[in-house]
Design a protein around this ligand. Structure first.
Ligand SMILES: *Cc1c(COP(=O)(O)O)cnc(C)c1O
Length: 361
């Protein structure tokens, strides 16, 4: 079976962890500081603040931006629940807006229509490894005096008009969960150009303390450990090569898959293919299940990100009219695109998809 995702852990990662364990320095220390410095090189030299997860990164970034009870933050409903959870955890209200059909990303016009006097920020998600239409969100934010927070959990090294994910918002948040394009085991990173926001994030992640026992604000413990940072540093060095491999794999699938809609790359976008997501012309989730079962019978794993829009999950339970979100939830399917696929694997994926499309559609 060709797996839909596969974290790559090698000797270098094992040796890095061993080095930390031998040093006796287990919590945040020199490895975290070095990881932050090294990550900063990929986000235009902005401040980087490491966290224990992407979710903590989003939650604390919103708090550091001053967002809380009574505020509204515009988010897509077609994303992982953490996007909206982070907003709700601050006491603010996530306001769900519809997506653009071609890219699956938050639609700037839908976001504009969702602005109210309470709106404080917009949180575009760079879904599947492609940046949202950041030029348009930038003008929208400027026009209405709003902040932007990028959910960059799936978009390490992705770019739009020559600027990377992380180089657009007041803050941007990355995840290093094992299935992401690089991992630290668990982990996250907030990126910001704002020195004050950076300082607040360092306080919030560590009990509100800069100097020990002189707690300045009410804070959390969401620090990254040196063990995780050591893994992340090794992976970050491999990330550019892995990204090229993902892009080459996607180009092969683009050229060889027939009968379904392949990913659309917007002009100016550098897609990093966290997921290679096709759209199949089906009416129900059950028909997609049959498509997946057929792929599975041919030895090809696949996944659905995401089958239920966030606003309809039991945790939010809202009735909203988001037709493009609903359509995407029924029709998307993500195929293996990870860097460990062989040439034969890629051929099998393309053949299985094209054959299934001709049998079932
Ligand atoms: C993975 C992910 C997160 C959360 O990151 P964790 O590290 O798992 O907490 C948030 N948003 C999106 C879009 C994600 O894919």
């Amino acid at each position: 079976m060709i797996p839909a995702a596969k974290p790559i852990i090698g000797d270098e990662e094992r040796e890095a962890v061993d080095r930390v364990l031998r040093s006796g320095m287990l919590t945040s220390g020199p490895e975290v500081a070095a990881f932050e410095d090294e990550f900063s090189e990929y986000v235009g030299g902005r401040h980087c603040i490491a966290m224990n997860s992407g979710t903590s990164a989003l939650h604390l970034a919103l708090l550091a931006m001053g967002i809380g009870s009574g505020d509204e933050v515009i988010v897509p409903s077609f994303s992982f629940a953490a996007t909206a959870n982070a907003v709700a955890l601050t006491g603010a209200t996530p306001v769900f807006a519809d997506i653009d059909r071609a890219t699956f990303n938050l639609d700037p016009e839908a976001a504009r229509a969702a602005i109210t006097p309470r709106t404080k920020a917009i949180m575009p998600v760079h879904l599947y490894g492609q940046l949202a239409a950041m030029d348009r969100f930038e003008s929208l934010a400027e026009e209405h005096g709003l902040q932007i927070i990028e959910d960059s959990a799936q978009s390490h090294l992705a770019a739009f008009n020559g600027r990377n994910a992380g180089e657009w918002g007041q803050t941007a948040c990355f995840s290093f969960y094992p299935t992401k394009n690089m991992t630290s085991g668990e982990g996250g990173m907030v990126v910001t150009p704002d020195e004050k926001v950076a300082r607040m994030l360092r306080l919030l992640r560590s009990q509100g303390m800069e100097r020990r026992y002189e707690n300045e604000v009410v804070g959390f413990n969401t620090r990254m450990t040196d063990i995780h940072a050591a893994i992340g540093r090794v992976q970050l060095r491999k990330l550019p090569e892995w990204t090229k491999q993902r892009q080459a794999n996607a180009a092969f699938l683009d050229a060889n898959i027939k009968g379904v809609v392949i990913p659309h790359v917007a002009p100016g976008a550098t897609h990093v293919y966290h997921q290679y997501t096709i759209r199949i012309p089906v009416e129900t989730g059950a028909e997609r299940d049959a498509f997946m079962a057929s792929l599975s019978a041919k030895g090809v794993g696949s996944g659905v990100y995401y089958p239920i829009p966030i606003h309809r999950l039991p945790s939010f339970k809202l009735t909203l009219d988001l037709p493009e979100t609903e359509l995407a939830c029924r029709r998307v399917l993500s195929l293996p695109v990870h860097p460990s696929l062989s040439g034969d694997d890629l051929k099998s994926v393309a053949e299985a998809v094209s054959q299934t499309a001709s049998e079932l559609l």
